[in-house]
Design a protein around this ligand. Structure first.
Ligand SMILES: [Zn+2]
Length: 380
């Protein structure tokens, strides 16, 4: 006889996803759910039954290929489920990793301590084998327990940077960026412990790359424009997106995003706006629907007269990537005007980087291009 652990969990009145906000994420309730989950597995093992663990899959979008296609996303974005059975050897290993991760998170919650995904990997490297296995087990745990990763006291080593006209407290430590607005501060990892955010900024600018962030720092962009600049250094991690979400909620400021004019820059913009597929189960807490796309647009190349030598041809990989992006349902439904920009890039068959603006003058981006665009409302 088979028993699904998920069903057993449900019978213990664990809120279903979609009603996830109703499921409590306080440590004592999470600990209760961990115990409930493992108890069912142990009971099955003792009685010689095969446990099946059912894990919902989530997504942020579906694919629309033809013009008549209909979006098949449902309100809670679940995308079927994965069944893990102890009878398969590969699944048994996966369950082993999952149970060890559950045990570690249980300990973290009981002791009120935090650990990074990397710390967890080093607790059993010979069994976990690869960091990716730990990452997947942590995601699975979040889905099974209906919570976010930070609720489990698991943090990722932050890679984001912030500077500008703001001040905040993180676990009793004051970060006073206002005193030196052109100095980069790491984005706090324990975002839930960030308090007393203050600032007199007019807006928040998100930039894709660290090189551009440094350019703006050198040019004292935040002092000149009374703003906050943040970067996730490529694809943004969870702390960067959560911190950005918090800044917007607390300071009620408009937020702009500057990315390269290429399919990867555009995908990074989409990650800020709609969340990433890997963290789709948590997209609701991580996305930034208010974000405005400030460029760089393919039309900017002509508008500013960028020389041909600054434009790079789109590679086969770029084209494939852009075409795949164009199929995402949210681009059709929520930001069709963004979609048009990607189509223009594909038609022109060229891409270029933000730094290409330095061809005219090293500070053209910070002294002319960005202030003019923001002042004139040239964003999408
Ligand atoms: Zn859809």
């Amino acid at each position: 006889m088979c028993l699904t652990v998920k069903a057993a969990l449900s019978s213990r009145k664990v809120g279903k996803m979609g009603g996830r906000s109703e499921a409590s994420t306080n440590p004592s309730h999470l600990l209760q759910r961990i115990r409930g989950f493992t108890l069912v597995l142990i009971e099955d093992l003792c009685k010689g039954r095969t446990s099946l663990v059912s894990i919902d899959r989530y997504r942020t979008h579906c694919k629309l290929i033809g013009p008549g296609d209909k979006c098949s996303c449902n309100s809670d974005m679940t995308d079927g489920r994965e069944i893990i059975s102890m009878e398969k050897e590969s699944h048994a290993n996966r369950l082993d990793v999952l149970l060890r991760v559950l045990l570690i998170t249980q300990k973290l919650l009981l002791e009120g301590k935090h650990a990074s995904k990397r710390d967890i990997y080093y607790m059993h490297p010979s069994i976990f084998i690869d960091q990716a296995n730990v990452d997947r087990a942590i995601s699975d745990t979040c889905i099974l327990l209906h919570c976010s990763r930070h609720n489990l006291n698991v943090v990722s080593a932050g890679k984001g940077l912030v500077m500008g006209c703001l001040r905040f407290k993180e676990s009793n430590r004051m970060f006073n960026c206002i005193r030196r607005p052109s100095v980069a501060y790491p984005v706090p990892v324990y975002v839930e412990e960030v308090k007393h955010i203050m600032g007199f900024a007019r807006y928040i600018l998100v930039v894709e790359k660290e090189t551009v962030f440094q350019r703006l720092a050198n040019d004292k962009f935040c002092e000149m424009n009374r703003c906050i600049v943040i970067t996730g250094r490529g694809y943004p991690d969870v702390p960067t997106r959560r911190f950005l979400r918090l800044l917007i909620d607390e300071l009620s400021l408009p937020v702009y995003c500057l990315v390269d004019c290429d399919p990867f820059g555009f995908d990074i913009l989409l990650t800020y706006r709609f969340g990433s597929m890997q963290m789709a189960y948590d997209a609701k807490l991580l996305r930034i629907p208010e974000i405005r796309w400030l460029g760089i647009f393919s039309s900017d190349a002509e508008a500013i007269g960028l020389p041909r030598r600054c434009l790079l041809p789109l590679t086969h990989r770029d084209k494939k990537k852009a075409e795949a992006l164009l199929q995402r349902c949210y681009l059709h439904q929520q930001v069709p005007h963004w979609r048009l920009e990607i189509e223009k890039m594909l038609q022109r068959e060229v891409k270029f980087e933000i730094e290409a603006l330095s061809v005219f003058s090293i500070s053209m981006l910070s002294e002319e291009h960005l202030p003019a665009k923001i002042q004139e409302g040239r964003h999408l």
